[in-house]
Design a protein around this ligand. Sequence first.
Ligand SMILES: [Zn+2]
Length: 328
Amino acid sequence: MFLAGSAAATMGAAASLGRGRAATLDGKALIAVTLDLEMSRHYPRRGMMEWDYEKGNLDAATKNYAVEAGRLVKERGGLIHFFCVGRVLEQPDVGWLKGLVATGHKVGNHTYDHVNVKAKTPAEAQFRFARAPWLVQGKTVERIIRENIETTTIAMQERLGIAPDGFRTPGGFFNGLDDRPDLQTMLLGLGFPWVSSKYPAHLRGKEKERPTPDVFASIVSAQAQAQPYLYPTGLVEVPMNPISDVTAFRSTFWKLDYFLDAIRMAVERAIANRATFDFLAHPSCLVVEDPHFETIKLICELADKAGDRAAIVGLDAFAQRAHMRGKA
Ligand SMILES: [Zn+2]
């Protein structure tokens, strides 16, 4: 029974990977701008840690940044793939997010409370559950994770009127879900044909210092480890491509110039190789570190300059390509 159900879920999830645009994207580099809708610790100021307990309680500046980013990318012929923490949808006004959906941007599921899907104990799954263990009393970690994902899907249907377009794990894992076929099967069973969970290892250099050439070289070479692939279960992995905003700015105190240099090199490498590049950032971080949208504008410019060698698309298009190549 279990095997039959799981195979049916796999086929259903695979079938829901659209095939329409495959031909038009053939031979192009695929570029995505992905923004995770959550608050980030140490923003808008260093020492601000309370967001760990309320990741989805977005402040006005973060929402405004997301909306303006959507406008800018749309104006340049692309779209943004957002990932929404379910708690966002408890806020009284979600008109800003509905507006983004209405103009063609995509929204995936990022769990309700920003849980660590590889947690071994309930307390490890989320700071909130360590502080308020009664919220998950008597539940296994597996059940907590599953419910956190399911509830987000329900909230998206109720408040946005859409099904989630893909799933991204909170936090990235160097090995994606390679070591967790149980999680792969869970996601397929919950209707997700693809997951974005892998963030490959790379050098970061010293804090507050201009990255040395070996740091940039490490980031560029990590791009090869951040290409979509098919897990044995049939789930598709769509990695995040280094370097992320929080790794650069929060963890390593980079200046915007360093970040722009690294992103330019990584995108140019993707275009030269007709590979994929999934830009991972957070409006709650960028609104402080890149208030004039320079990074997003740079990515759009590079894609535009590449003409028919590149396209800005959602991560579903990455997954579709990997699925077709994996089956071939
Ligand atoms: Zn996140």
